[in-house]
Design a protein around this ligand. Structure first.
Ligand code: CMC
Length: 431
């Protein structure tokens, strides 16, 4: 961290405290309050971390007002158009775009790790068939530390690297297995002659009794979904991975924690919730009723796939995803799909509505990704697992960055206590 050259002054009563200010390479200045409690005996209060930077990071940058997302400095639009998911994985993990030789080596390392331990098949069989694939994934990814205990020593850089490659390689296999298991079909082994996205489609949709040919437009769209979801700065699941990792937990346990957090409907679960909402709305004439409900504070209802904590202009991922959705729907000829008509009309109405304009609520990435995945033939329960497998590289990159940071400490937030003051225990018979 560069030496701060500015400071802020905090006055509490008749005392003043100088707080150093750090200037990042991009984004707002950051007031350093690390010594505040020790010097002034006060905490800061910021539930939801709306004004708090919890770490230093050189991986991903978001400017919510400009609608800008950079992976290692490269705009997401350029990466979505010119790069591909595995190259983006390399970039996120190692900081630079690979040379041709580095790319070949990375691809071969990932490809050689796509199979899972055969014993894992039995582990899957312990789950109920109707389990949500996210529930299965949380369990199976957590259990990877039992299957791959030779890469759980976080103090060994080589083991950290092996764990990273294993997770990037195996998460699609695990997600596809969770899907196959839920529909009662046999597991399909990875096919290493296919690219990363094509292999995932193959493992989800192939069956042993027929040939399955991956459609290149669909595999490109899948690759793009993965690229757009690969990392997103210190969001809830990434912060969960970092917090879990800060205690020294093994990487598989940390990623399982990230998957659990991602599942929530305010985060990665929004893609499933959005499609279910579109289905519930059903027809275009019912949209005004749902828009009115979303505006009514007492209803507790939100338009899923709208709004973002950081993007207050537009979600740059949503822009790219929308183009991809048009391509896929053209290819599949499903423009008259009633769900899609509801989605398009909802988007139009919400973008013109004063409530959504004033609160800067725009369709987010999940609004469009669900439409593409539905058109590809995925059930809604697979939307969040696809988000999870795509985000795995981001979680691992952030986890590796944290472990390598010498200033890293166990994450331990404090609180504003509002419970009872100390009181004496009263015997049960006297209460
Ligand atoms: N529909 C209706 N009203 C909304 C919505 C929505 N989707 N989102 C926010 N608002 C309102 C909210 O009621 C509040 O109103 P007021 O100022 O009158 O109290 C205001 O907008 C600000 O909302 P907030 O909850 O304080 O904002 P936040 O930054 O904490 O929440 C969010 C961000 C994404 C959780 C929220 O917009 C939301 O719940 N959206 C729906 C779920 C969703 O699509 N999530 C996916 C996010 S993108 C994928 C990812 O990165 O995980």
């Amino acid at each position: 961290m560069a030496e701060p050259n500015k400071s802020a002054t905090l006055s509490i009563g008749d005392k003043t405290y100088a707080l150093p200010i750090h200037s990042p390479s991009l984004g707002p200045d950051v007031i350093d309050i690390r010594k505040l409690y020790g010097e002034a005996d006060v905490f800061t209060y910021d539930p939801g971390f709306t004004s708090t930077a919890a770490c230093e990071s050189a991986i991903t940058y978001i400017d919510g007002d400009k609608g800008e997302l950079l992976y290692r400095g490269y705009p997401i639009e350029q990466l979505a158009e010119k790069s591909h998911y595995l190259e983006v994985c390399y970039l996120l993990l190692y900081g630079e775009l690979p040379t041709e030789a580095q790319m070949r080596d990375f691809e071969s390392r990932v490809t050689r790790h796509t199979m899972v331990h055969e014993q894992m098949h039995y582990f899957f069989r312990g789950f109920r068939r109707d389990a949500h694939p996210m529930a299965t994934m949380v369990g199976v990814v957590g259990a990877m530390s039992a299957f791959y205990h030779d890469s759980t020593d976080i103090n060994d850089p080589w083991q950290r690297e092996v764990a990273a490659i294993r997770m990037i390689a195996k998460l699609p296999t695990i997600a596809a297995m969770a899907y196959k298991y839920s529909i009662g079909q046999p597991f399909v082994y990875p096919k290493n002659s296919l690219d990363y996205a094509g292999n995932f489609l193959h493992m989800c949709f192939a069956v042993p009794c027929e040939d399955y040919v991956v459609n290149p437009i669909l595999s490109k769209a899948m690759d793009r979904i993965m690229t757009l979801h690969a990392d997103h700065e210190q969001n809830a699941s990434t912060s969960t991975v970092r917090l879990a990792g800060s205690s020294g937990a093994n990487p598989f346990a940390c990623i399982a924690a990230g998957i659990a957090c991602l599942w929530g409907p305010a985060h990665g679960g929004a893609n499933q919730a959005c499609l279910e909402m579109l289905r519930e709305i059903g027809t275009v004439d019912r949209i005004p009723e749902y828009v009115a409900k979303a505006k009514d504070k007492n209803s507790g209802f939100r338009l899923m796939g709208f709004g973002h904590r950081v993007y207050k202009n537009f979600d740059p991922r949503a822009k790219v995803m929308k183009e991809s959705a048009d391509e896929v729907l053209d290819l599949l000829g499903v423009h008259n799909n009633p769900l899609l008509q509801v989605a398009k009309e909802l988007e139009r109405i919400a973008l013109e509505d004063e409530y959504f304009i004033s609160k800067k609520l725009y369709p987010n990435v999940d609004f469009y990704s669900g439409i593409i995945l539905e058109a590809m033939g995925f059930p809604t329960s697979m939307f969040t697992p696809i988000f999870a497998l795509s985000r795995t590289v981001g979680w691992i990159s952030q986890w590796k960055e944290m472990i390598a940071d010498p200033t890293q400490k166990i994450g331990r937030p404090r609180q504003l206590y509002i419970g009872p003051k100390q009181r004496d225990y009263i015997d049960l018979t006297k209460r």
